[in-house]
Write a protein that binds this ligand. Structure first.
Ligand code: SAM
Ligand code: SF4
Length: 335
């Protein structure tokens, strides 16, 4: 049966949904200490959406108003079908109202994939890099080789892809490096976004020990850098500052110290087809079953159910002894 005409996605609070974060796998080749435990268990591969299903769901979401898609995970570049998915989304970029396909990656395999990403129309990506000190990088990621990430960043740049570095602020780990990272980004022409650590899923550490308010970090940086507030927006939750004399923007994502939920425009699809309406809530709609059992009508019904359930805001709390706000890790929901 042909799909019904599509109504735009809007939730019960009048927020229009225009942005999809698509987690293509929950697996990862690193084990960042704040993100997952060393012995993280991953979804059985048989439970995952196929690449074809991911593209089909994306297409329906575009028909209902989504204009930006960010591939994430887990580490998206570890999914074997990633090149196929990139081509399918590149086709949608060229032939549908979709305006942007981006990616958040740890960069370890970026050198191999940068040319393909550029070819299908990816113009900017986020690379997560919490330190440029090789030993500390290995410590934070437990397994990572900084050289591979730097090679990946260079390959992306060579292919004309603009880079934003994502750096999670971690007390006692990388808190002496914000200035050197910002200076490096200024020299290299990258943007930098700092992120407050969020209580998602159990890890070995108590994140309370690592939490840093970015208001404090920004005040410190202003002692050494000329930062001008900017009106720039990318469709995400960051607030931006311009670094004088450079093309670099500093973004701050402050889920803990400064709530930004009232402007939320996003939904997240996990690799096994759960549509989550908020990073900070457990609820989800099983879109995979809705689609496999009910086709396009089932998919639309699942989307409508999810929109009705989108909560007004997250309920993150961080503090000694407070359990994580969700059992689900960021790597499963799609960061
Ligand atoms: N593996 C890719 C990467 O690291 O860029 C994509 C997925 S990762 C879950 C997406 C982003 O979430 C990364 O920038 C990572 O640093 C961040 N992240 C993971 N766990 C987090 C947490 N508990 N709090 C804040 N940010 C987190
Ligand atoms: Fe992997 Fe990204 Fe999580 Fe690090 S932050 S463990 S790279 S998913």
């Amino acid at each position: 049966m042909a799909p019904q005409p599509a109504s735009a996605l809007a939730d019960g609070f009048g927020r229009r949904i225009t942005y999809l974060r698509l987690s293509v796998t929950d697996r990862c080749d690193l084990r960042c200490r704040y993100c997952m435990s060393e012995t993280m268990r991953f979804l059985p591969r048989a439970d995952l959406l196929s690449v074809e299903e991911m593209a089909l769901i994306s297409e329906r979401l575009i028909a209902r108003g989504v204009r930006r898609i960010r591939l994430t995970g887990g580490e998206p570049l570890t999914r074997r079908g990633l090149p196929d998915l990139a081509h399918r989304l590149g086709y949608l970029l060229a032939t549908s109202p979709l305006e942007e396909v981006t990616l958040t990656t740890n960069g370890t395999r970026l050198a191999q994939h940068a040319a393909l990403l550029a070819d299908v129309g990816v113009r900017r990506i986020n690379v997560s890099l919490d330190t440029r000190d090789a030993a500390l990088f290995r410590h934070i990621t437990r397994t990572g080789d900084l050289g591979h990430v730097l090679d990946g960043i260079e390959a992306a740049r060579t292919n004309g892809i603009r880079i934003k570095i994502n750096m999670v602020a971690l007390a006692g780990l990388n808190d002496q490096e914000f200035g050197t990272m910002l200076r490096w980004c200024g020299d290299e022409g990258h943007d930098l976004t700092l992120i407050e650590t969020m209580p998602l899923g159990v890890v070995e550490e108590d994140r309370t020990d690592r939490y840093l308010s970015l208001e404090t970090v920004r005040a410190d940086l202003e002692g050494s850098f000329a930062l001008r507030p900017s009106t720039h927006r990318t469709g995400g939750p960051a607030r931006y500052f311009e670094l004088a004399g450079t093309s670099t923007r500093l973004g701050l994502i402050t889920p803990m110290s400064g709530n930004f939920c009232e402007g939320c425009n996003r939904i997240r699809l996990t690799a096994d087809g759960q549509l989550t309406m908020c990073l900070g809530h457990e609820d989800y709609v099983d879109l995979k079953t809705a689609y496999r059992d009910g086709g396009m009508a089932g998919l639309d019904a699942g989307l409508d159910e999810a929109l009705r359930a989108k909560p007004p805001r997250h309920l993150f709390e961080i503090g000694r002894g407070i359990a994580p706000s969700t059992a689900r890790h960021m790597s499963a929901t799609g960061g």
